[in-house]
Design a protein around this ligand. Structure first.
Ligand code: VGL
Ligand code: ZN
Length: 205
């Protein structure tokens, strides 16, 4: 069984959002089309409480993109984004979410960030996404979404660690920083990950 995992496609990561990914909205038609090729579609949603410690606003004298130590981990501070229940945390209207069987929320613990859809950044708590996929007999995981160099990358690395054959569909992702996408994708490939284009999928599946 193959699963399509749609990572953090939320208003705050689109142009005009609190943590906007340049041209992030370009992936939406690609992702809507891609879902036709998969029996199982799963979504992750960044879902922070308003006082999340990954927000610069939670630390006196800090500004977005400063780096601090948080509970033993290095933490980049972000603008407030994907706050539970806000329009920024919602899925864009153009994004078809009807086919998704499950939504895994992450980043809900105010003390720790969670870039991966599988675990928090300290690998301390699991979202049970891996168990869910194994329960559905999934062997191959295809990953798309935002941001390509952060949550897509960390989700893909955990997917490999969990033993899934893991693909990133490049034109179904978009990075916050292009140069970080190049370096992170090399790390992903070195660990056995595969990068493909959406156009090659219908034939490959
Ligand atoms: C993300 C930074 C902070 C992401 C989430 O979805 O890539 N990046 N929270
Ligand atoms: Zn976040």
């Amino acid at each position: 069984m193959k699963a399509l995992l749609l990572v953090d496609i939320q208003n705050d990561f689109l142009p005009g959002g609190a943590l906007e990914v340049p041209a992030g909205d370009k992936i939406i038609p690609v992702i809507n089309e891609l879902q036709n090729y998969f029996e199982l579609v799963v979504i992750t949603q960044d879902w922070h409480p308003p006082d999340h410690k990954s927000f610069a606003s939670s630390h006196v004298g800090k500004k977005p993109f400063d780096v601090i130590e948080l509970n033993g981990l290095q933490q980049t501070l972000w603008p407030d984004h994907c706050v539970q229940g806000t329009s920024g945390a919602s899925f864009p209207v153009a994004f078809n979410t009807n086919k998704a069987e499950a939504i895994f929320r992450k980043g809900t613990d105010p003390e720790i960030d969670s870039y991966s859809g599988f675990y928090d950044n300290g690998h301390r708590k699991s979202t049970c996404l891996a168990d869910y996929l194994r329960g559905k007999k999934v062997k191959e995981v295809y990953i798309t979404g935002l941001c390509g160099d952060i949550c897509v990358f960390y989700t893909a690395m955990d997917s490999l660690k969990e033993g899934f054959e893991t693909y990133i569909i490049e034109d179904g992702t978009c990075p916050l920083k292009k140069e970080d996408f190049i370096t992170t994708m090399q790390v992903f490939k070195d660990k056995g990950g595969m990068i493909i284009q959406s156009g090659s999928l219908p034939a490959a599946l």
